[in-house]
Structure formats: C-alpha cells, structure tokens
Ligand binder design. Structure first.
Ligand code: HBI
Length: 366
C-alpha cells in the first residue's frame, strides 16, 4: 500500500471493532480501569467520526454506543495466577464467544482493538485477516501469557500498546511496545477547592491493591478513609474487616463517574497503595481532575503520574510511615495545580490523538 498522506488521515473514517475485557460486563467495575479507558476511547473515536462497535459480555451498560453483547462464562481474573499457571479457559467461554463473533464480522472492519489481558486474542492474531491492536492493561503475570504476547510483538510490529513505561518494563518485549498513557473527559469532573476532613482510596478491592496499608495510615493519623470500588475478592475484604475493627474507614461502594467525582472531590487526598506494578492508575487522574492530590508508593504507573511535592507525594513503597508523613504535609499541595496537571497531561483529546495515530499506522501497515 502507498504511504498515506496526512490529509488522508484527516478524512479517513475507520471502522473499529473494540473487544472488551471478558472478566465481566462493562460499567460493572469488575474490569477495573480498563473499562473506563475503553469507554472514553470509544466515545472520543465516535466523536471524531469513526464508527466504533463494542463487543462485550452480556449485561454491559453503554450510553449511546453500539454494543454487541455476548453470553458465556466470564474469564477468571488473571492476577490470581502464578508465573507457571497454565492458560485457563472455562466451558462456554465468553472470551471464546466474543472472538467467534469477531471472526464473523472482522472483514467489515478496518481494525480490531483488543482490551482483554488474555492469551486467546494473541493466539488468534495470525488467524484473522483484519489487523489487531492489542491494548494491554496490566503488567506481566504468567510465563505462558508473556510467551504468546512476545511472539505477537515480534511478528506483528507496533501492535501492542501499553499505558506506561513502568508497565512495559515488566515484559520481555518492553522496547517494542507503544506507550499510550490515559485520559479522561475532564468536563465530567468538577474542581473542588475546599475538601472535608476525609481521605480517599479508590480501586477494585483485592489483595494486589493493598487497601490495608491505607487503612493503617488513616488509623494512625485518625482521619476517616472513604473507600470506593467494587469488592472483587470477598474473602480478602472480610479479612480486612476483621483485622481493623476500630479503624476510621467507611465503605462507600462502586459509583459511576458522575457520582464518584462528587464524593472524591471533597477528599483531602487519594491514597494509592498497590503492592504490584500498577499499569497506570486511572483513579489517579480522576483525583487530579477533581483537584485532589495523590499520595502513592513510588512504583508503577502512579510514580509516572504524580509530580512529587507538586500534585502529591511519592513515598517509599510499602511504607506506612511514609504515607503518614505525606498525609501530615498534604495541605502544602495547591489543589489547583492538580486540576491543571489533569488538563495539561490527561485530556481526552490528547488520549484520542495518541490512539488515533496508532490506529492509522496499523491500518496503513497492512
Ligand atoms: N483478567 N483474565 C483477565 N482478563 C482481563 O482482561 C483482565 C483481568 N484482570 C483485570 C483486568 N483485566 C482489568 O481490571 C485491568 O484494568 C487491570
């Protein structure tokens, strides 16, 4: 194919097929940050005149976007796996069914965009005629999965996208993936200048997110902690409740963007305490958009997002006393700087520009 001119880029409408994460329905919270990334991107691409169809598990709730809902058994969360766990697919797999659908319709699309952090879509890459962009939303978990991603990275250059450099560095193919960051529809988030006396913690409630560290820090400074997010590991949550009977925390629940930003904006700081290399941390930029500074361990995505001492504090990983010191200094942060950083670095337009040029390159590459 002849190289396409930039004017061609401006006028070419792409037909995009987005395949969602198979761990649960979209907008349920089970899929964590990647749900938000997919929806934001779908909205932005449609706004730019591209035609986006989303393929997602049955029960997904999407405002104004065409969605093909697919039945079947949800995929197990891969973060519960060990390095040597083999590839697992359940009977009547929703992931398998989603790719069955993709196989039937892929000829009518310019590009398939995979958001599942699972082996099957990588394995199927050579079997389909449409180009596939794989956006991966986590750091390395298992050897068997790394192996197939590595093969795709080598045989299909430029087809693997990640959020951050730290995430990429967990993979053997780290120097050949596309770093795409994240972004938000900032118009949905209101800046709040005057917080109440609360701290916030937002995320899926599961061991790799180490909520207990935030609870311990809140207990030590005696400032109530509001916890937002879906409980995806019930046993872990019950253990926390038993271990911290007197800590000043309140479980608020899982909220949509509009509701979350109302409550999050009123908090003094967001605590981010992941034990693992967090690939990005969409909740960090949601907090910034509301003017809420972040206190995070200096590892993974949050360490690339937070401007230390300007829009929050980066503390020694796994150090509760580090969190406590930072909480005691939080009033030194100018909340306006936080909102400003969101506007400069994490707008939906900036995100759309990065993904759109990646998509065009992949379509042209064919
Ligand atoms: N596990 N098997 C599997 N597949 C996914 O797509 C997946 C996951 N666990 C978590 C996850 N996606 C998302 O929560 C990411 O945002 C981290």
């Amino acid at each position: 194919m002849e190289p396409l001119s930039s004017s061609f880029f401006e006028i070419t409408m792409l037909k995009l097929l987005f395949l969602s994460t198979p761990v649960g329905p979209l907008a349920s919270g089970v899929g964590g940050g990647v749900e938000l990334t997919l929806l934001n991107l779908a909205q932005e691409m449609s706004q730019r005149g591209h035609k986006v169809t989303i393929v997602a598990p049955q029960g997904s709730k999407l405002p104004d976007l065409p969605c093909q809902e697919i039945s079947g058994t949800w995929q197990e969360m891969i973060q519960n796996n060990h390095r040597d766990t083999p590839i697992i697919l359940p009977e009547n797999s929703v992931l398998g069914n989603m790719w069955d659908y993709a196989r039937k319709v892929h000829i009518d699309h310019d590009l398939i965009v995979n958001f599942a952090f699972d082996w099957l879509p990588f394995y199927l890459t050579p079997f389909l005629d449409a180009p596939i962009a794989h956006f991966i939303s986590m750091g390395s978990i298992t050897d068997a999965f790394d192996e197939i991603m590595n093969r795709v990275a080598i045989n299909y250059p430029n087809t693997i996208g990640v959020y951050t450099r730290s995430q990429a560095e967990t993979f053997p193919f780290n120097n050949i993936c596309r770093i795409l960051g994240s972004g938000l529809d900032l118009s949905l988030y209101n800046y709040c200048d005057t917080p109440d006396n609360y701290l916030a913690w937002v995320g899926r409630i599961a061991p790799e997110k180490a909520l207990e560290d935030a609870i311990e820090a809140a207990e030590m400074v005696n400032i109530p902690l509001k916890i937002f997010g879906k409980v995806t590991d019930e046993e872990y949550w019950q253990t926390i409740r038993q271990n911290y009977p007197h800590a000043p925390y309140q479980y608020e629940g899982f909220f949509n963007t509009i509701e979350l930003q109302k409550k999050l904006g009123k908090c003094k700081a967001l605590l981010m305490t992941p034990r693992w290399v967090e690939a990005f941390g969409n909740v960090a930029i949601e907090a910034l958009a509301c003017g809420v500074p972040i206190i995070a361990y200096r590892r993974g995505g949050p360490a690339e997002i937070v401007q230390d001492q300007r829009t929050g504090f980066l503390v020694e990983p796994d150090s509760i006393s580090g969190l406590v010191d930072a909480i005691n200094y939080i009033d030194k942060i100018d909340r306006k700087q936080c909102r400003r950083q969101a506007e400069t670095d994490y707008s939906l337009k900036a995100l759309g520009d990065r993904f759109e040029s990646w998509f065009y390159e992949l379509v042209e590459q064919e």
